[in-house]
Design a protein around this ligand. Structure first.
Ligand code: HEM
Length: 381
C-alpha cells in the first residue's frame, strides 16, 4: 500500500505506522510537520527506502557517489545559500519570459501529434510531448551538462527507482551502476561548468555539494514535471467535456492546472525524520522515525476541500493543496512547473477533445513518485 498510495481507498487513518514509517494523511498535520523542520527534519529526503546491499553501495562508492546535504535533504546552515542560488536561476521574471517560446514549442509538437492522429496512427503523448519538454525548458534557465535527454531520463528514472522503489537486490546493482555512471558525468561538469555550478563553486561550496545540488535539480526539475504533464493530460482526456470546455475558453487553464496539482500530483508522499521523541495526533513517535507525509491524501482532505475527490477547476481552496510542500523547503520550481502545465493544457486541449484513450499511463510501485510509462491516444471514432 505504501508504494501505491495514489490508488489507496478512502479509509486512511489520520496517522498510522505502516511498515515502520509513520504515515500522516490529514492536511493540517502534514502542513504543521512541513512547517517545523527543527523537529521534523528533511535529512532523510533522499535516503533509499529499500536498504541497499553492500555490493550496491560498493558500486556507488566506486563512482565516488555521495549525496551530501544540499537542497531537499539539507537542514544545515548551507541550505539558504544553495536554495537562493537555484531560486535566482529560476527567478519569476526569467520563468515568465519563457512563455512565448514555450507556447511555440508545444504548438509544434501538438501539430505533429494531430497529423499523426489524423492519419489513423496511435500516438504516445508521454514520449512525444511530455518526456523531454521539462528538460528542454530547464536547460534555458540553468546551464546543464551536455548530455542527451535520453541519458538524463535513463539516469533520473534509475535514481527514482533506486531511492524510492521496492526493488530487488539484483536490480539495485544495475540501478547503482546507472546512477553511479551519471554521477561521474556530473562531477566533470560541476568542477568546471558555467552558470549555476560556477556560482556555487564561487560561493565556496565543495565539489561534492555542487554535484549533489545538480543531481537533485535534474531529478526534481524535469522528471516530476514530465510526470505531471502526462497525468494531467490523462485527467483532461477522461473527464467528460473538460477538454472541449478548455478549448472553448469556458474553463480557466490555471484552474485546471491547480486542480491537477491537487488531485494528480506526481509526488504522492514526501519524507521527514523526527529529531527527538514527540507525539503526533496522540500517537507517540520516537526520535529517528521516518515520517511519510501523504501529500496526495492531504489534497483530498474533506476538512479543506468542498469536493475532495472530484475534479472541479476553480473550486474554493483548490490552491491550498500541499503538492509543492511548505515552509523552508517548499518547491523552488513551482512557478516553472505551473507555466509548463499551462502551456501544455492550452496547447493540447483541442487535441484531447478529438481523441480517445487507447492506454492510460501506468506507474510502477514507488514510495513518492508516480512515473507514467506511456499514454496512448487515437482519434475518436
Ligand atoms: C509538478 C512538478 C513538481 C512538484 C509536484 C514538486 C514538488 C516538490 C516537493 C513536494 C518538494 C519538497 C518540499 C518540502 O520538502 O517541503 C520539492 C522541492 C524542490 N523542488 Fe519541486 N516539484 C515540482 C517541480 C519542480 C521543478 C520544475 C523544479 C526546478 C526546476 C523543482 C525544484 C525543486 C527544488 C530545488 C526543491 C528543494 C527546495 C529546498 O529544499 O529548498 N521542482 N518539490
Amino acid at each position: 500500500m505504501l508504494f501505491r498510495t495514489w490508488e489507496a481507498g478512502a479509509d486512511a487513518a489520520d496517522v498510522a505506522f505502516v511498515d515502520g514509517h509513520l504515515l500522516v494523511s490529514r492536511h493540517a498535520l502534514v502542513k504543521r510537520i512541513l512547517a517545523d523542520p527543527a523537529l521534523f527534519r528533511p535529512d532523510n529526503a533522499l535516503d533509499a527506502v529499500s536498504p541497499m546491499p553492500v555490493a550496491a553501495l560498493r558500486i556507488l562508492a566506486g563512482h565516488g557517489f555521495r549525496l551530501p546535504p544540499t537542497l531537499a535533504n539539507n537542514h544545515g546552515a548551507s541550505h539558504p545559500a544553495i536554495r537562493a542560488a537555484v531560486a535566482s536561476a529560476l527567478h519569476p521574471a526569467r520563468v515568465a519570459a519563457l512563455q512565448p517560446w514555450l507556447t511555440t514549442v508545444v504548438a509544434g509538437r501538438v501539430a505533429g501529434l494531430r497529423s499523426a492522429l489524423a492519419s489513423g496512427s496511435t500516438v504516445d503523448v508521454y514520449a512525444d510531448l511530455a518526456a523531454d519538454l521539462p528538460l528542454l525548458v530547464l536547460s534555458r534557465l540553468v546551464d546543464l551538462p551536455p548530455l542527451g535527454a535520453d541519458v538524463v531520463k535513463e539516469f533520473t528514472r534509475a535514481a527514482l527507482a533506486l531511492f524510492w522503489a521496492p526493488v530487488s537486490g539484483e536490480r539495485q546493482l544495475e540501478l547503482a551502476e546507472t546512477v553511479g555512471r551519471f554521477h561521474d558525468a556530473l562531477r566533470t561538469f560541476a568542477a568546471s561548468g558555467p552558470g549555476l555550478v560556477a556560482s556555487l563553486r564561487a560561493a565556496g561550496h565543495p565539489t561534492e555539494v555542487v554535484i549533489g545540488a545538480l543531481f537533485f535539480l535534474l531529478v526534481a526539475g524535469q522528471e516530476t514535471t514530465s510526470q505531471f504533464l502526462t497525468l494531467l493530460m490523462h485527467r483532461i482526456a477522461v473527464t467528460s467535456g473538460l477538454a472541449a470546455a478548455i478549448a472553448a475558453g469556458e474553463v480557466k487553464v490555471d484552474d485546471v492546472v491547480e486542480e491537477g496539482l491537487r488531485l494528480d500530483t506526481p509526488i504522492v508522499t514526501w519524507r521527514r525524520v523526527t529529531a527527538h521523541d514527540t507525539v503526533v495526533a496522540d500517537v507517540p513517535v520516537p526520535a529517528g522515525t521516518s515520517v511519510v507525509l501523504w501529500l496526495a491524501r492531504a489534497g483530498r482532505d474533506p476538512d479543506v476541500f468542498g469536493a475532495p475527490t472530484d475534479f472541479v477547476p476553480g473550486q474554493p481552496a483548490s490552491r491550498r493543496h500541499l503538492s509543492f510542500g511548505a515552509g523552508a523547503h517548499r518547491c523552488v520550481g513551482a512557478q516553472l512547473s505551473r507555466l509548463e502545465a499551462s502551456a501544455v493544457v492550452s496547447g493540447t486541449a483541442p487535441l484531447l477533445a478529438e481523441a480517445e484513450v487507447v492506454r492510460a499511463p501506468w506507474c510502477p510501485d514507488n514510495l513518492s513518485f508516480r512515473i507514467p510509462d506511456t499514454f496512448l491516444l487515437r482519434a475518436a471514432s
